[in-house]
Write a new protein. Structure first.
Length: 74
């Protein structure tokens, strides 16, 4: 069932598609940028947590070493 459209309808369809295509391309680009940003934020959070865990571990080991040193000094 192929329909024949008038010339003005065909021009209108072409004009509509010309406007609609950049709109969808923009939406895809925005979605891609949001995805990249989300991945970057997740990685930053993981690295921050790892850094803080290492800092806590280093602090605990330094405290333990200091306590051990004081215990042997007595």
């Amino acid at each position: 069932m192929t329909e024949k459209h008038s010339l003005s309808r065909q021009r209108a369809e072409i004009a509509f598609n010309a406007i609609q295509t950049p709109f969808f391309a923009k939406a895809e680009a925005v979605e891609e940028l949001a995805s990249i940003s989300q991945h970057r934020d997740a990685k930053t959070q993981r690295l921050r947590e790892a850094r803080l865990a290492k800092k806590m571990e280093d602090s605990a080991s330094a405290t333990a070493a200091l306590v051990a040193k004081r215990a042997t000094a007595r």
